[in-house]
Design a protein around this ligand. Structure first.
Ligand code: ADP
Ligand code: MG
Length: 261
């Protein structure tokens, strides 16, 4: 166990119960996220990546349940927190970005309003101050002419820009941990590279820790320090990125590597 870990996931088990049947979506997952580092969680569709992150954030939907294990964030067990305490943690210390920015942004609010609200919730800023900070944030995530974009609606932006706005909202609270669940899967390859570069840059400036969830080993190679390979709800391999590429141990990892272009 690393003493620099900001998040420690220990033997996490999450199941879905339907008609008395138990589906083990996450089946004994253990990993650490070290301060300022990026861990990649890679695995095919259905391997339990998203359910792992939703379990960490306490955002499982019915009938999903954590049935065992521990999730320690800065040494405190998140499974013992009340819903209100978890909301506070999600708003202030752990942020998340998802695959499809159109479904996570509110289509009826301007971009500026959505980022401003994130600022206002966390910092009690005036409207004017929140707007100013939102423009700065749009600049930070590389949106051109932010003074103009801030008054636009999500549909007026490209997919890449919407994902940048999502990142801006996620970062407005200066999280210590960012969970990025397939953040670039829905984007063109060039935009994908730009967004990954942006996450790396911001991680460096803000000193954030990141969990990068993806089915794409190329993304992992690009961004991560350590990698957990998931298969059938379990971590079948967990290693520093260079070791994984040099010496993959599990047949599934070998298969993944062979499928790289
Ligand atoms: P990934 O993100 O790796 O594609 P998920 O974590 O979303 O996979 O899902 C892992 C497994 O959890 C799925 O294969 C499925 O068996 C189960 N699962 C997810 N959501 C539900 C649900 N709402 N009801 C029942 N089983 C579910
Ligand atoms: Mg997923």
């Amino acid at each position: 166990m690393s003493k620099d870990a900001i998040l420690q996931v220990r033997d996490l088990r999450t199941s879905f119960f339907t008609k008395q049947l138990e589906v083990k979506a996450v089946d004994g997952v253990t990993f650490d996220v070290e301060k300022g580092k990026t861990i990649g969680i890679v695995g095919e569709s259905g391997s339990g990546k998203s359910i792992t992150s939703l379990s960490i954030l306490n955002l499982l939907s019915h009938p999903g349940k954590i049935v065992g294990g521990e999730i320690l964030f800065k040494g405190e067990d998140l499974s013992e927190k009340s819903p209100a305490q978890m909301r506070k943690i999600r708003g202030n210390e752990i942020s998340m970005i998802f695959q499809e920015p159109m479904t996570s942004l509110n289509p009826t609010f301007t971009v500026g309003r959505q980022i401003s609200e994130s600022f206002q919730i966390h910092e009690n800023l005036s409207k004017k101050e929140a707007r100013k900070r939102s423009i700065e944030m749009l600049k930070l995530v590389g949106i051109p002419s932010p003074e103009k974009r801030i008054d636009q609606y999500p549909f007026e932006l490209s997919g890449g820009m919407r994902q940048r706005v999502m990142i801006a909202i996620a970062l407005a609270c200066k999280p210590e941990l960012l969970i990025a669940d397939e953040p670039t899967t829905a984007l063109d390859v060039t935009i994908q590279a730009q967004i990954l570069e942006l996450i790396k840059e911001l991680q460096h400036t803000l000193g954030m820790s990141v969990i990068m969830i993806t089915h794409d080993l190329g993304v992992v190679a690009e961004t991560c320090d350590n990698v957990a390979v998931m298969y059938g709800g379990q971590v079948v391999e967990y290693a520093p990125i260079n070791d994984l590429f040099k010496n993959p141990r599990h047949p599934y990892t070998v298969g993944l590597m062979n499928s790289l272009p």
